[in-house]
Design a protein around this ligand. Structure first.
Ligand code: F6R
Length: 614
């Protein structure tokens, strides 16, 4: 949440900062702003609304200079308006003033505000961030440099922050600091960058260093230094970004969400690549950092995650119980971290996260580690905090996901969890024949995904027309498809703002069936499987009450098609891999409904992609 970009070098800062913000706009789009050191003072331009509004302001009133910071906001304290937009200035106007951009939450802001006000500082915004700017300005005083002033100010803050700071007193310097909110440094020739996410700086350099909690960095055009609040001077590890900058271009698609839906044949393939062992009828992971013997000792698995990642984990529960006969619990990370969940040394804990930065999931990881459990992560973003802090894990390899509504990360997570279930199963009782069949099933998925994407459009449009006017939609699925129903409902809510509920199909008769009428469409996720006949009866129950039925089913399933108003077919594949296909029509359906309703698909209201606050 909130995107930060900083630049110091030989080029004009403003275009670099604004282009960086455009790439980070998925982190929040309530307001955007830049601050640039220009002819001995700090110039600020900031506007409520999107980055394009800021660009218009900069066209009218340019800000020249080669050192600056910028921010795109997801509002926490104070509504989205020009005044609350970052950067915030601290101190008295003039050469001593500092400008700050911030991602995170300062929990003791009210106390600090009172103290600073008594000390003569004037507050112009309702944000928690403005206290940071004044604190740093006070520390800067007439004394030494900005780097030292920031280091003196930080211990006074309680909460989380990723910060970028500049001052006209120290032209050419950008100071960054991190505690709980991500920051990465980009290393160029005669220029350095700072950002919340490597996406922002990928067009300029592939060489990056991730800041750790408690670290403060001073960037100059030609050098940089990092200090840790306890450990002193730090030599960082330099990493290389392993994806191309054009991975985050739209590539001819109208929206990132659509682009990412269409990438799924490739991303599921990439998630499985190099992990299938036909000769042993199993899957293999390089990074679990656990021996087969240790994995065989496991008696219980706990998954902690949020949102779509939580839904993927729920598919994992069904798969692991089915293939490995291990009990699995799926926890909301935000609950798990504060609950006294009993874990013992035969419980294996996994956290799942696309971004690797979700604050609640990171909290769950830290809580589990604090209790002394090795804690593994299933994560997409290499270099993210969760990836770095986990004791081992599995990368999704599905490339940067920019669309705020997660799509390709879900299928990559489910693919990886299917492989994990096979792996854990083969360490127990899963036979060679069943293991091999499972591997062959998942190998067939990329092509089958291609078929779904190529063929489903007309039926999905028809279904979208039925759903677009609805006030509420029920999504129903059972067994492996219950989590798919939850995910379908979440996609619709997020981007079209229609109320939707996911429910286990057979639970419907215990309450939600009261909602069924001519105006409430029901989306059944019902590919052929062991419980199919029972699902057909549930569909009939809705039909008898005049509900509109949209069904995702197996190609050629006339029994389901004949009782559905709209039938969305998927290829006939073994049950354990059906969720990978069944979710795709639901992603496309949510997309088409949002399009019909004129919603802003890649920037849904109130949401941001990487939820780095609690
Ligand atoms: C839904 C969505 C969110 C995320 C959730 C967890 O489309 O994007 O529900 O799934 O915020 O995010 P990660 O996986 O990055 O931890």
């Amino acid at each position: 949440m909130c995107g930060i970009v900083g630049y110091t070098g030989v080029h004009e800062a403003s275009p670099v900062l604004v282009a960086g913000l455009r790439r980070l706009e998925y982190r929040g789009y309530d307001s955007a702003g830049v601050a640039i050191v220009s002819e001995g003072r700090v110039v600020v331009r900031k506007r409520a609304g999107r980055v394009r509004t800021l660009e218009e302001a900069l066209d009218q009133e340019p800000a020249a200079g080669s050192c600056g910071i910028s921010h795109t906001r997801w509002a926490t304290h104070g509504p989205a308006n020009d005044r609350n937009a970052h950067p915030h200035m601290g101190g008295r106007a003039g050469a001593g003033a500092v400008a700050v951009v911030h991602n995170g939450v300062i929990e003791n802001h009210a106390t600090l505000r009172a103290e600073l006000t008594a000390d003569g500082f004037t507050f112009l915004s309702q944000t928690d961030t403005e206290v940071i700017a004044h604190l740093i300005a006070r520390e800067l005083g007439d004394g030494d440099g900005l780097f030292q002033a920031v280091q003196r100010a930080l211990p006074q803050l309680e909460g989380t922050y990723g910060l970028a700071v500049i001052s006209a007193r120290c032209p050419g310097q950008v100071i960054g600091a991190r505690l709980g909110s991500p920051l990465v440094i980009g290393l160029g020739e005669g220029e350095h960058f700072l950002a919340s996410d490597a996406l922002a700086i990928a067009p300029h350099t592939a060489k990056v260093a991730y800041l750790q909690d408690g670290e403060v960095v001073r960037l100059g055009p030609d050098d940089f230094e990092i200090r840790h609040r306890e450990r002193g001077s730090i030599t960082p590890r330099i990493d290389r970004i392993d994806w191309k900058p054009d991975a985050v271009e739209l590539g001819g698609h109208a929206h990132y969400m659509l682009k990412e839906i269409h990438e799924q044949p490739e991303t599921v393939h990439d998630a499985c690549r190099g992990r299938l062992r036909h000769a042993e009828a199993t899957a293999h992971f390089g990074g679990l950092n656990m021996t087969p013997r240790q994995l065989r000792r496991v008696r219980r698995v706990v998954f902690a995650a949020c949102g779509t990642s939580w839904h993927a984990a729920l598919v994992g529960e069904y798969l692991i119980e089915r293939l490995a006969h291990l009990p699995v619990e799926v926890e909301y990370a935000s609950e798990f971290r504060y609950r006294n969940a009993p874990l013992d040394d035969r419980t294996l804990v996994f956290v799942l996260s696309q971004s690797g930065e979700t604050a609640d999931t990171l909290g769950a990881l830290r809580e589990s580690k604090r209790q002394g459990h090795p804690t593994l992560a299933i994560v997409n973003t290499v270099g993210s905090t969760i990836a770095r802090e986990a004791t081992g894990g599995i990368f999704l390899h599905c490339g940067p996901e920019v669309g705020v509504a997660s799509t390709k990360a879900f299928t990559a997570q489910v693919a990886v969890l299917t492989l994990l279930a096979i792996h854990l199963g083969r360490l127990r009782h899963l036979s060679f024949t069943d293991g091999l069949a499972a591997i062959e099933a998942i190998e067939s998925i990329p092509r089958a995904l291609g078929d779904v994407l190529a063929k489903s459009e007309p039926a999905i449009r028809a279904a979208a027309e039925r759903i677009a006017p609805a006030k509420s939609v029920l999504y129903l699925g059972r067994d492996l498809h219950f989590p798919v129903a939850l995910e379908g409902a979440l996609k619709l809510k997020e981007i079209s703002y229609i109320h939707a509920e996911g429910y286990p199909t057979a639970e419907m008769k215990h309450g939600p069936i009261a909602l069924v009428d001519r105006e409430t469409p029901c989306v059944f996720v019902a590919p052929r499987g062991v419980l199919h006949a029972k699902t057909l009866s549930n569909v009939e129950e809705v039909r008898a009450r005049h509900g509109t039925i949209i069904a995702v089913g197996t190609e050629g399933d006339e029994s389901l098609e004949s009782i559905s108003d709209i039938f969305l077919p998927i290829p006939d594949v073994p049950e354990i891999v059906q969720p990978l296909l069944a979710v795709v029509p639901l992603q496309l359906l949510a997309y088409q409904v949002a399009l019909l309703r004129g919603c802003d698909i890649d920037k849904p209201r109130n949401l941001a992609k990487s939820v780095t606050v609690e």
